[in-house]
Design a protein around this ligand. Structure first.
Ligand code: NFE
Ligand code: MG
Length: 574
């Protein structure tokens, strides 16, 4: 049989604009291409601005990972100027980070990814009594009565009967790759609805410490809030108690709803433990410092790289070595002043558009030339996967006891070996495992914060270098983080108190990028090879693997055209 090209554009239940093209032959994917079809422009907007203001612009890269670019930005300036933030500021940043993870990962699992595995229409056939028994067999979560599931089922029935599935429209219902029993489908749909409600609570941690969500406030040198348990206008005893309650409730939801659902659903999809592995290399900058960002040995998420899936060897990562991270553009709609073949370290990065497509035959990407708005980052010339799976593998390989215990707990419950992690299922499981850890770590950070306050330390800001007159005439820095979707870093060059260059290299850029100049595929393209496709008109299996990365193309492209011109008109031919 001849290869058939499938175009998915736009991929939905993601953030931003992603096009995926695959060749399918004899029921399997034989070739894959990933393209970011939108262009924005934060690098250009940031040039010439005060570095202390950069976070407020950079944070608008994305409303999904709504804090991470602000964090990377303030860290880049702190790194350039040698600013060390007070311990309480570090703890508050960590608490905001943890709140972000819990919200982002739960929303991804239920609202962006679950419907690839859960058949909403099948839930109508479920027996509420059996659903209740199933719910009670996997968790102590109180909302598990027969009446509760029967009510949820009636709500779904109303949607379906009206012919307007609303938020559930256009799913691949009844697809042969849907493998859950009706009762598991009903349980998951009930929790889809509960999670919608829950996620708006946990982000209140951001509103308390950062004034608002999305896009809470940040500050170079610390955090923009003051701690005083007795003051009405500060983070006082009442606000802190509220944070404590939010964190405890979040942990209950993660432990009693998210993790049991993940395990229950995964147990029916173990065949996905050998699909979608893709690249064999994983990269983490590490995050959640406990002794300042200068001491990565004490991060909760360790730093390091894995090559060729060898978990016995964690390679050191030093982003400050300009040879290690480079961005290539041979297949991206940009140009470099010294030619498009060699990579550039982001400190010397350039952002010049060079839109060349579409080319004949117009209905498919010009994959021999430029075909994406994403640049292609490489670590020591290796294509790397970043994200929850990379973090759990680097943690596991580093012998970190808490990470190992959590990973082993999940593997044991599913009765599968560690090698299953290298897959679509493993990627989705890793996201749940790290959420489980983060929910615990958040409570540790919170208790450390209370201890510091009790001991009389309420400093949240180091203003020693606030005045630009104290800065050197030129300085360079990197602000690293582990965003929910993976390794994130902002590279900043400061000249005469202003930003001379600013480059963001974000998780979805690593994972979703086009080939590099040597033709190496990045993570999405690589992971799709070999994927079975039962029905080319309903490419559910492709969506499963792409969604397992939790794509965010808004983050990945972070460029826009300042004149608002049409830069990309993609024609999809019939
Ligand atoms: Ni817009 Fe983001 C995250 C960043 S991109 S979601 O997490 O950075 O992958
Ligand atoms: Mg960039």
């Amino acid at each position: 049989m001849a290869a058939k090209r499938i175009v998915i554009d736009p991929v939905t239940r993601i953030e931003g604009h992603l096009r995926v093209e695959v060749e399918v032959k004899d029921g399997f994917v034989t070739e894959a291409f990933s393209s970011g079809t939108m262009v924005r422009g934060l690098e250009i907007i940031l040039r010439g601005r005060d570095p202390r203001d950069a976070w407020a612009f950079a944070e608008r890269t994305c409303g999904v990972c709504t804090t991470v670019h602000a964090l990377a930005s303030v860290r880049s300036v702190e790194d350039a100027l040698g600013i060390v933030i007070p311990p309480d500021a570090e703890l508050i940043r960590n608490l905001m980070f943890c709140a972000q993870y819990m919200q982002d990962h739960v929303v991804h699992f239920y609202h962006l990814h679950a419907l690839d595995w859960v058949d909403v229409v099948s839930a109508l056939k479920a027996d509420p009594e059996k659903t209740s028994a199933l719910a009670q067999s996997i968790s102590d979560w109180p909302k598990s009565s027969v009446g509760y599931f029967s009510d949820v089922q009636k709500r779904i029935a109303k949607f379906v009967a009206s012919g307007q599935l609303g938020i559930f429209a256009n799913g691949y219902w009844g697809h042969p790759a849907m493998q859950l029993p009706a009762e598991a489908n009903l349980l998951a749909v009930a929790h889809y609805i509960e999670a919608l409600d829950w996620q708006k609570e946990i982000v209140k941690v951001h509103t308390i410490f950062g004034g608002k969500n999305p896009h809470p406030n940040y500050l170079v040198g610390g955090v923009p809030c003051s701690l005083d348990i007795n003051q009405a206008n500060a983070i006082n005893a009442e606000r802190l108690a509220y944070v404590g309650k939010l964190l405890a409730d979040a942990r209950s939801f993660v432990e009693q709803v998210y993790i049991p659902d993940l395990l229950a659903i995964a147990s029916f999809y173990k065949n996905w433990a050998s699909i979608g592995g893709g690249l064999k290399n994983y990269l983490c900058y590490g995050d959640l410092p406990t002794n300042g960002f200068g001491d990565p040995g004490k991060f909760k998420f360790p730093r390091g790289a894995i090559l060729d899936r060898d978990l016995t060897r964690i390679h050191p990562v030093d982003a400050h070595d300009p040879q290690q991270v480079k961005e290539f553009i041979s297949h991206s709609w940009y140009q470099y002043s010294d030619g498009d073949e060699a990579g550039r370290n982001p400190w010397d990065g350039e952002t010049k558009f060079n839109y060349t497509g579409p080319q004949p035959p117009y209905n498919q990407l010009n994959v021999d030339g430029k075909y994406s708005w994403l640049k292609t980052p490489r670590w020591n010339n290796h294509a790397m996967e970043v994200g929850p799976l990379a973090r759990m593998l680097v943690g596991y390989g580093s012998g970190r006891a808490d990470i190992k215990e959590a990973v082993d707990m999940v593997l044991k419950k599913l009765d599968v070996p560690v090698a299953v992690l290298f897959s679509t299922l493993g990627r989705t499981a890793a996201r749940g495992i790290e959420t489980y850890l983060v929910a615990q770590w958040a409570q540790e950070f919170f208790s450390d914060l209370l201890t510091n306050i009790k001991n009389g330390d309420s400093r949240t800001f180091n203003g020693e270098k606030w005045d630009p007159a104290t800065w050197p005439s030129s300085a360079k820095g990197i602000g690293m983080s582990e965003a929910p979707r993976g390794a994130l870093a902002h590279w900043i060059v400061i000249e005469n108190e202003k930003i001379a260059n600013y480059q963001l290299v974000v998780p979805s850029t690593w994972n979703a990028s086009p080939r590099d100049s040597q033709g190496q595929r990045s993570a999405y393209e690589s992971s799709l090879l070999g994927t079975p496709v039962a029905d080319p008109d309903k490419p559910l299996e492709i969506i499963r693997t792409i969604h397992s990365f939790d794509p965010c193309l808004a983050c990945a492209v972070h460029l826009y055209d300042p004149q608002g011109r049409t830069l990309n008109r993609v024609t999809i031919g019939g």
